[in-house]
Structures are given as C-alpha cells and as structure tokens.
Design a protein around this ligand. Structure first.
Ligand code: NAD
Length: 502
C-alpha cells in the first residue's frame, strides 16, 4: 500500500470509519447497493478506494430515519438542549482537525493548510448556530381586529442537501448546522468524489449527542441516490450546492414534487481595479481571488476588470506574483496550490484554456510543470473581450481573464454583462466610488478593497445562473423554517358571526 493510501486509511480509522466510504443511516455505517464509484488521488492519479453507490433503497431508509429522529429533536428536547449538542460538536470537530484535514487533502487535492482552516470554520458554524437554537422566536403582530396574532418559526421536517467536491466538509457544516439548529432532520449527499469527511463529521457529532438518524449521509451518485431522495415524500426542501447544469435538474425534480429548493450555483465574478487603487494590494487580492484553491471556488474572481491606464502594469505584477506561488503535494504544509480536484474538472479547465486560445487569447502561464497529478498552473488570459466564451463560462480553475475598461460606467456594464450574479469586488481609494460600485454590480456578495472574506454570520447566495435563496447568517434560519401565524380571539363573544351567534 502506498504511503498516501496508508495515511488515508489511518485517518479514516482514527475517525471510526471503515476502510472505504459507507453511508451513515440511523447511526450505522451501511454499505451501498449500487454501482461502484472510484476515488482517485488527484496528486498521484492512483485509485485510492472503490465503494458502492448508496442506491434507491438506502435513500429511502435515510429519509425515513431522518423523519423519525426529527420529531424528538424538534419537540422532545428544549431548544437550549439542541444548542448544547451543537456546542459539543464544536469541541469534537476541533479535536479532530488533523485526520479530517488529511482526508480532505488526499481525496480532494486541497492544500492541507487550507483544509485545516476549513475544518476550523465548520466548528465555527456549529458554534454560531448553536447560539441561535434557543433564540429563534416569532413576533406579535398588531392586527387591526384586536385578535392576539403571533407567529412561530417551525422546522420544515426533513431537508435534503446535495453538496459539491470543492470544499466538502466546509459545505457540509455550512448546511447541516443551520438545518439542525432550527429542528430539522437532514439527509445529505456529498459529491460522490469526496464523501468521506461528511460521513466523519456526522459520526463525530453522533459520538457527542447528536441523535442517531437525525443526519444521514448518502455516499454516491446524483442521478440515482440523489434523485431518489429528492422524490421521497418525507423530504420537504432541497438545498443544492453545485453547478448550474445540475442545479436545473435538481430544481425541476423538486418542482415536480412541489418542493422548494435553494440553489447555490456557480459564478464568473468581476474583480474590478481602478487606477486610484493601491495596486500592490489589488494584485495580492486578485491572486487570492483566482489562484487560491486552484480557482475551484464559486466566488473566484475569474474576470479581472482593470482600468485601461493600469491594465498592463497590473497584469505584469500578477504574472510575476504567480511565479512565486508554491504548487505541489496537498499534504505538504508549504503547498499553496494543489492539483485540480478530479480528472473530469482537469479536462474541463484544460478545454477552456484551449478554447480561450482559439478565441484569440494571449496566455500567460508558468513555465515549470509538475511531473504528475492534475495540475493546471496559474494562468492569465488577455486580449479577450467580455463577450467571449472564456470570459463568460465558469472555468473553475486557476485561470483569470483580464479585461481593460474605460471608466466607471464601462466597468459596471462589463461587470453585469454575465449570466451570473454571485460575487464581485472593487479596488479603489475613492470611498464614494466604492459604494457606487457596490450598489451597481449585481452580486450576492461584494467586497471593497478585499476579496473572499466570508463568515457564517453573514448571508451568502446569488441570483440568475448563480442560483437563488440564501445560506449563512439569519437568512439560513429563515430558509430552514417556515412561519406559522396563530390567531387568538379575546373578545367576550366570538366575532365570526353566522346565523346562530346572536
Ligand atoms: P455538480 O453539479 O457536478 O455536482 C454537485 C452535486 O450534485 C454532487 O453531489 C453530485 O453528485 C450531485 N448531482 C449530480 N447529478 C445529479 C442529479 N442528476 N440529481 C441530483 N444530484 C446530482 O457540481 P460539482 O462539479 O461537484 O461542483 C462544482 C460546481 O459547484 C461549480 O459550478 C461551483 O461554482 C459550484 N459551487 C457553488 C457554491 C455556492 O455556494 N454557490 C459553492 C461551491 C461550489
């Protein structure tokens, strides 16, 4: 067994998992029944593990288990007790950062230093929503009839969450924490390419008081396990994080069963640099915006819009800077960019760079190459107009298109000339302009002289092809609950006057 496979096995054993991915249904690690799925190490390209897709029967079991456990979780214990269990999860996650980060680094190919941060952020998410568990209350509404009218926020029941491969445990925590804080049961299907840390997270949570069956994990494929769970009668809402193409399929399947969906999809975000900006800061920001995580981030600053007077200078700074970024083994503490996470995405990014070339792009990239793995070096595309496919389609890799603009109105027009509406940023020393840009650019998240700052306490989401609905913050509490309006008539006689009420 290779050293990396051994490290993976050791980390899985440390977390109480078996030697290959299994579903977690009703607190029990359960073997799937579907077709085989392979996990491949994106750094060595060796097959790490094979496991069976969950399949329809397990999807049904998972939904039933969540339905049964949810009743006791929502009504059988106090909201404060729910919060306490979630606080316990914070502690157990922080005590297991290393094995969780190791699995993520090997299977997803993400630098281990980023993985450690993401695991710590998962703990932060449970801490934040633990605090909300007993603070979510309704309102008293002064209705004109004089009735006492009040609202209460009710859990939906069972929610089904589907997550992608680019930040597996981060996305799992991001969606599970608000869902259970508000009293819901959960079935979650991580990407078939990165299922292990989601199973580990829920198993750890169960070891510190999360009721068995409240959160169930389906390891496997979307068209089989995923679609079966969407269709199950117990599921009351679908929350999907992934690509726009799959998002449409998920939303259509949910709509057919009259279920609401939240869609957190892709982006082609504009990172806008004016000539009055601190160019050194803007350059560092632009690097982080597109090269961190090898660009496999939904909010990646993949369109760099630069005022024409500083365009050449900033591109030059960026291309010099990208030569200093450390590419390499995700398990190496010093690595800043790992490989692309899987073969399918590697092919897509490579195809998009070839497409950009055909569209007339000049390509600036690093000369050094890695001798193994799905590596794409940091790459800058210039000479493309905003209307080209390379400037419009999500690449989801370390590839940025740099486009010059004339003035403020041109920058706004270019920034908004996209099907997406997820994120954006402006770099400028002019406070008034910064706020005008924040107001004018269509984006669910917008940064001023910054990029990629996010926190569980602040809402996150997009519009158009970036999806709809909001995660994080108090908005997620609303997504995972519905309002019930209660009316009490305190008048001496009922005021619903039909024949027999005098
Ligand atoms: P994907 O759409 O291929 O897969 C996402 C999930 O959907 C996986 O779990 C997959 O198994 C499942 N799936 C696939 N087909 C399905 C079907 N027919 N029915 C039900 N489920 C199905 O996306 P990906 O390649 O894993 O992730 C990359 C995409 O995710 C990018 O577009 C990125 O921008 C997006 N993303 C968005 C956010 C956000 O918050 N907006 C965050 C991270 C990633």
């Amino acid at each position: 067994m290779s050293d990396r496979k051994q490290k993976l096995q050791d980390a899985m054993a440390a977390l109480g998992l078996g030697s290959h991915p299994q579903c977690l249904i009703n607190g029990i690690l359960t073997e799937g029944t579907g077709a085989d799925v392979q996990l491949v190490d994106p750094f060595t390209e060796e097959v790490l593990l094979t496991y069976p897709d969950a399949g329809e029967a397990l999807a049904t079991k998972a939904c039933e288990a969540a339905q049964n456990a949810q009743v006791g979780w929502a009504k059988g214990i106090s909201a404060a007790a729910r919060g306490q269990v979630m606080q316990n999860i914070v502690g157990i996650v922080l005590a297991n950062v290393e094995p969780l980060a190791t699995i993520e680094a090997i299977v997803a190919g993400k630098p281990i230093r980023d993985c450690r941060i993401e695991v710590a952020k998962v703990a932060e998410m449970f801490a934040y929503y633990a605090g909300w568990a007993d603070k979510l209350h309704g309102e008293v509404i002064p209705v004109p009839s004089g009735h006492l009218n009040y609202t209460q926020r009710e859990p939906l029941g069972v929610v089904f969450q589907i997550t992608p491969w680019n930040a597996p445990i981060f996305t799992a925590g991001w969606q599970i924490a608000p869902a259970i804080a508000t009293g819901n049961g959960v079935v979650i299907k991580p990407s078939e390419l990165t299922p292990i840390t989601t199973v580990a997270l829920v198993k750890l949570a169960e070891s510190v008081g999360l009721p068995d069956g409240l959160v169930n994990v389906l390891c496997g494929l979307g068209p089989t396990s995923g679609q079966a769970a969407i269709a199950h009668a117990a599921v009351r809402k679908v929350v999907f994080v992934g690509s726009p193409e799959t998002g449409k399929r998920v939303a259509v399947a949910a709509a057919k069963a009259l279920k609401p969906a939240v869609l957190e999809l892709g982006g082609k975000s504009a990172n806008i640099v004016f000539d009055d900006a601190n160019l050194e800061h803007a350059c560092l920001g632009a690097q982080a915006a597109i090269f961190s995580g090898a660009g496999q981030s939904c909010v990646a600053g993949s369109r760099l819009l630069v005022h024409k007077s500083v365009h050449a200078e900033l591109v030059d700074m960026l291309s010099k800077g990208m030569n200093n970024i450390k590419l390499g083994d995700p398990l190496d503490d010093a690595t800043e960019i790992g490989p692309i996470s899987n073969a399918r995405q590697f092919a897509h990014v490579s195809d998009m760079v070839a497409l950009a070339k055909n569209e007339g792009a000049s390509i600036l990239t690093r000369s050094d190459t890695q001798d193994q793995g799905y590596f794409v070096p940091p790459t800058i595309l210039t000479g493309l107009s905003n209307g080209t496919k390379a400037a419009q389609q999500e690449i989801f890799g370390p590839v940025v298109t740099a486009i010059p603009f004339e003035d403020e109105s041109d920058a706004i027009e270019l920034a908004n000339a996209t099907d997406f509406g997820l994120a954006g940023a402006v770099w400028t020393a002019d406070v008034g302009r910064a706020h005008r840009m924040a107001d004018a650019v269509r984006a669910g998240t917008f940064w001023i002289n910054s990029y990629k700052a996010i926190h569980v306490s602040s809402p996150f989401g997009g519009s158009l092809s970036s999806g709809f609905g909001r995660s994080s913050g108090t908005d997620a509490l609303m997504e995972y609950t519905s309002a019930k309006s209660v009316w009490l008539d305190s008048a001496p006689k009922p005021r619903i006057a039909f024949g027999y009420v005098s």
